[in-house]
Design a binder for this molecule. Structure first.
Ligand code: DGI
Ligand code: FE
Ligand code: FE
Length: 194
């Protein structure tokens, strides 16, 4: 698909607010890619497509996963708002024609993060949280600034604040959210105290 075809298809697949959020993530991610020397085109495409499955009703998301042998574990079935990232990576490939594994992986990891993320994966994860339409998270101004000074610190702060938020709501924290947090926690401490 060309860029124009991707935008047309997204407009069709997303509601208006999700489409605007998507553009916000794509442009924020490209700005961060410029700062961190990451492929700008990959950041743009991953940003555009990261939520391409978000507006599909959740029962339909589960059904499409079943039909295509996409394994969902108990944690995902209990928190179906997590599923759109895995399904999004599948649709980015099968519907939008994206072959690049780095882009697909950034889409797949954008909701919870994971241990040992690449710079592109951290950029999409962070851009999703700070794009201009976002206004609810605590510490947004701090995270927005950190996003352009220390990518790992920004990712870690988002994970830490998300875990606090989920705990306050008594929500189950998915194991990959913990893995991502622990990985950066250990890494950061190593850098401070080698
Ligand atoms: O799709 P977006 O709204 O742009 O953002 P997102 O893909 O980061 O999804 C955010 C949702 O995912 C939000 O409702 C919180 C939820 N979430 C993220 N990590 C976890 C989680 N929910 C649970 N239960 N556990 C997690 O670890
Ligand atoms: Fe999402
Ligand atoms: Fe998003």
């Amino acid at each position: 698909m060309t860029e124009s075809e991707i935008l047309t298809q997204l407009k069709n697949d997303l509601d208006e607010n999700r489409y605007l959020h998507t553009l916000g993530v794509a442009f924020t991610a490209t700005s961060m890619a410029m700062k961190y020397g990451v492929d700008i085109q990959k950041a743009y495409i991953a940003g555009l497509l990261h939520d391409c499955a978000k507006c599909i009703p959740k029962d339909k998301q589960i059904q499409i996963c079943k039909e295509n042998n996409i394994y969902l574990d108990e944690g995902e079935l209990n928190a179906p708002q997590l599923i759109h990232s895995k399904l999004g990576a599948f649709l980015a490939k099968s519907k939008y024609g994206i072959q690049d594994e780095e882009i697909l992986s950034a889409i797949e990891k954008h909701t919870t993060g994971d241990a040992d993320m690449t710079p592109l994966e951290m950029i999409i994860f962070t851009a999703d949280y700070i794009e201009p339409h976002r206004d609810k998270a605590v510490n947004l101004a701090q995270v927005r600034s950190l996003a352009f000074t220390d990518l790992k610190a920004a990712t870690f702060k988002i994970l830490s604040d998300t875990i606090d938020y989920l705990k306050s709501k008594n929500a189950d924290i998915y194991y990959k959210t913990f893995d991502a947090y622990e990985y950066l926690n250990i890494n950061n401490n190593k850098e401070v105290n080698p």
